[in-house]
Structure formats: structure tokens, C-alpha cells
Design a protein around this ligand. Structure first.
Ligand SMILES: NC(=O)c1ccc[n+]([C@@H]2O[C@H](COP(=O)([O-])OP(=O)(O)OC[C@H]3O[C@@H](n4cnc5c(N)ncnc54)[C@H](OP(=O)(O)O)[C@@H]3O)[C@@H](O)[C@H]2O)c1
Length: 269
């Protein structure tokens, strides 16, 4: 899809990846509806974008049903003017820790923001999105590989992957496509200092958010159904589907380092 003059609703717009995606989309000539909870950050971002007067901000907590209703009302209101052509479900959060150490509340919040919210946004978008239209769900490499310390996040992102696949098939021929883009570790504040140090110790790649944003542009322009960013992550995701024991063995060798950083994290609290 050509992005020039398209209207894009972007959640998680003020985050490390969201900001770069907003800039890249605005540079392509898209007009944006930027969504996150904090209004000041949203306004600051809008002011930075080319043609700032063309963009709108919505300060909403997507885990609150009344805010979800406000999002729907806003989007339905666009039907008489310029409809929304693209929805990017990018808001997300995770907490690196052992499941046994986490509160039930933090686990359900993580599932809600990373899985339930994008499903509900997609469901409501079916009422108001333009045709042709695109719903792009932002997953993670961890949606393709179960990884220690991230069990709930892996569950949510892999659920989002299957949801995207199923809805894309359900909507076949309707003019609406549902795409899934899975970044690997990216340099944003989503990753705490302990996680950064652990990734360094494990030799994990860490992408720059600007480069990740270019993948968003590519996926939307070329209408790619699924993109796993980066080697060897892309390969590991495939091996994990075919020969999960091979990936389990590789992760077993990392266990000591992973547990070391989890222990350190709790010592520092
Ligand atoms: N960074 C990585 O290593 C990495 C790797 C793979 C996948 N991803 C995925 O990429 C996406 C973006 O990640 P990121 O690194 O940019 O995260 P981030 O920097 O932590 O940004 C998160 C964004 O979500 C918004 N948000 C959080 N809770 C919200 C809520 N309840 N309602 C509405 N907005 C909310 C935040 O703004 P407010 O706080 O103002 O609401 C912020 O704009 C996520 O889906 C993440 O899972 C990230």
C-alpha cells in the first residue's frame, strides 16, 4: 500500500519504536492518529513530525474499556471525513522475571495489553477501517520462541501471531489484511538495565529503533503478511517449529546467565 496521504492509527506512539515509526510514516506523507496514555509526550511527538497540523493525538489507556470506547467513537467519527486506512497495534509491555515471582495482576495486565487489546482494537476496526485497509500487529521474536523469564509475554505475542494469521484468513477477499511484524531486541526503555546487561552477556543482537521503523514501512508498502526481523532469530523461530529440542538445548546453555541476572535484579530491588 502506498503510504502517501494514508491515515494511520498508531498505538504505543510515544515509545522507543513507536516514535521512530511515527517519524518514518510522517516522512512518507501519511497523516497520523497517535495513541498512548501520556498527553504531554504525545503532543511533544506531534510537534516534531513533518506537517504536524495533519496529525492528531489521543491520550488513552487501552486497558480501560471507557478509553477503548473513546477510540472507537473517534474512529467511527472519521468515517464522514478521512477514514483510517491502517491500524498499527504497537503498544506493548513486558516484565522480565520468573513466573513464580510475579503477581497475578502483573501477568494479567501483560496479557491484556499485548494480546486482548490488539484483538479488541482489530475487532472494532472492522467497523470503521477503510477498504483496502491494513491492521498491523506488532509481535516479537519471543512470539516464536518460548524463552525463560518471559513466559507470559511469549504467550501473549505468540497468541497475537496466531490471531493475526487466523483473522487474515477470515478476512480474505474483504480488502482488509492483517499483518504481523516481529522485532527482535530493540534499544528502547522497554528493556530494563538488567535485561540490557543480560543481552550483552548472552551476545544477543540489539537493533536500533530507527532501523526497526524501516521494517514497518517495508511491511506496509509491500503488504508482507509476516516478518520476523533479524538473523539468526528468523532461523531460530523456524527451527523451533520443526525441531524444538534443538532450541531447548541452546537455551539450556544460557540458563545460568539468565538466572544470574534474575537473582541480581531481585538483590538490587
Ligand atoms: N523493545 C524491544 O526490545 C522489543 C522487541 C520485540 C518486540 N517489541 C514490541 O514492540 C512494541 C513497542 O515496544 P517499545 O520497545 O517501543 O516499547 P516502549 O518504549 O516501552 O513503549 C511502549 C508504548 O506503549 C504505550 N503504552 C503502554 N501502556 C499503554 C496502555 N495501557 N495504553 C496505551 N498505551 C500504552 C506507551 O506510552 P504511555 O506509557 O504513555 O502509555 C509507549 O508509547 C511492543 O509491542 C513490544 O512488545 C519490542
Amino acid at each position: 500500500m502506498k503510504l502517501q496521504d494514508k491515515r494511520v492509527l498508531l498505538t504505543g506512539a510515544t515509545g522507543g519504536i513507536g516514535k521512530e515509526v511515527a517519524k518514518a510514516l510522517a516522512e512518507q506523507g501519511a497523516s497520523l492518529v497517535l495513541v498512548a496514555r501520556r498527553l504531554a509526550q504525545l503532543e511533544e511527538l506531534r510537534a516534531l513530525l513533518p506537517n504536524s497540523e495533519r496529525h492528531h493525538v489521543l491520550a488513552l489507556d487501552l486497558t480501560q474499556s471507557c478509553d477503548m470506547e473513546s477510540l472507537n467513537e473517534y474512529a467511527r467519527g472519521c468515517i464522514d471525513g478521512q477514514r483510517i486506512d491502517i491500524v498499527i497495534n504497537n503498544a506493548g509491555h513486558n516484565q522480565f522475571d520468573l513466573l513464580s515471582r510475579r503477581s497475578a495482576q502483573s501477568v494479567s495486565q501483560e496479557i491484556q495489553l499485548n494480546l486482548t487489546v490488539p484483538i479488541l482494537v482489530a475487532q472494532s476496526a472492522l467497523q470503521w477501517i477503510n477498504r483496502p485497509g491494513i491492521i498491523l500487529n506488532v509481535g516479537s521474536t519471543l512470539g516464536g520462541i518460548g524463552y525463560p523469564g518471559y513466559s507470559a509475554y511469549c504467550a501473549a505475542k505468540s497468541g497475537l501471531y496466531r490471531f493475526s494469521e487466523a483473522l487474515n484468513r477470515e478476512l480474505d477477499g474483504t480488502g482488509i489484511q492483517v499483518l504481523y511484524l516481529a522485532p527482535r531486541t530493540t534499544d528502547t526503555s522497554l528493556n530494563t538495565e538488567s535485561v540490557r546487561r543480560m543481552n550483552q552477556a548472552l551476545g544477543n543482537h540489539c537493533d536500533d529503533a530507527k532501523c526497526v521503523a524501516q521494517h514497518f514501512i517495508q511491511v506496509l508498502e509491500k503488504e508482507v503478511s509476516v516478518l520476523w526481523i533479524g538473523w539468526p532469530e528468523k532461523l531460530f523461530v523456524r527451527i523451533n517449529q520443526l525441531l524444538p529440542a534443538v532450541v531447548s538445548n541452546a537455551i539450556r546453555k544460557q540458563q545460568e546467565t539468565i538466572h544470574h541476572f534474575i537473582r541480581q535484579m531481585h538483590k538490587n530491588v
